[in-house]
Design a protein around this ligand. Sequence first.
Ligand code: FAD
Ligand code: A2P
Length: 277
Amino acid sequence: MTEAHLMTQATAPKPAKPHLPDAARVTQVTHWTDRLFSFRVERPQSLRFRSGEFVMIGLLDDLGKPLLRAYSIASPAWDEGLEFYSIKVPDGPLTSRLQHIGVGDEIILRPKPVGTLVHDALLPGKRIWFLATGTGIAPFASLMRDPETYEKYDQVIMMHTCREVAELEYGRQLVEALQDDPLIGEMVAGKLIYYPTTTREPFHHMGRVKDNLSSGKVFADLGLPPMDPAHDRAMVCGSLAFNVDVKAILESFGLREGANSDPKEYVVEKAFVGDGI
Ligand code: FAD
Ligand code: A2P
């Protein structure tokens, strides 16, 4: 080894400290539409979470203060990385910046996962319904990739509604990839039923989740009996209006809302706060 090399080693600076608090490095970014993107970050080794939970993530604002928002973790608990699926709100304080992140950039990730869309908050059942609009599919992107989901249920029905076909693409590709997944492809086969619909562009299935449940269309299309509190469980994630409407329908089938501390037949979480864009 040359003297120059030794000197280089001895004087080489230590790896630069992350300049963000609780920094996580971005490893992948995919833009799905002009309103939607997903990204992956390195997972801090100490971060443990239950599939379906959310964390606070963000960036520093112009004054150097953390600008944080709640985000569902879209990757399953076993994944070595962390995935997020995000809206781009044109004037949104966080997402107007976050949508420009690239590989190698850092985000802030507060390592305190919480949430109600977890298996522990539901009583055992035969079928589980994941009901989502827009980015509300994110917690189910995690749960659909978790083996526990298929250990606990005979059938897993993913209903996802968006305005346009392109907004379904993230979920469609995820479900397609699951069928061939070497880890859980066999568990998923024949159990995962994907029922995407649009409301503003022609598609083979159309209509709002609440309408397809209340009219019975989804049960007829899938050859399933109407929801029964003895067998059916549900998790709901969408806008406040969506959650309120879907809750009413689930209650009309006799399902009761549960919580981590009081498991019952369904659980709900807001996909965002506000009326939508
Ligand atoms: P904000 O000031 O936060 O929001 C501005 C307005 O944009 C809101 O009033 C609302 O009308 C609209 N809006 C915000 N988020 C959405 C959205 N996701 N879909 C449609 N309209 C929206 N967002 C995600 O993109 N992915 C997630 O996985 C996610 N998980 C969440 C989990 C929880 C428990 C909660 C409460 C929110 C979650 N959100 C998620 C919303 C997220 O926290 C932010 O609101 C979003 O990133 C926009 O941030 P912003 O600062 O740009 O705009
Ligand atoms: P619609 O096109 O009929 O409004 P958004 O893009 O506004 O967040 O909505 C995402 C999807 O959720 C859209 O397909 C929208 O249908 C649907 N949606 C909005 N509000 C409700 C609701 N209260 N109940 C069921 N679906 C809803």
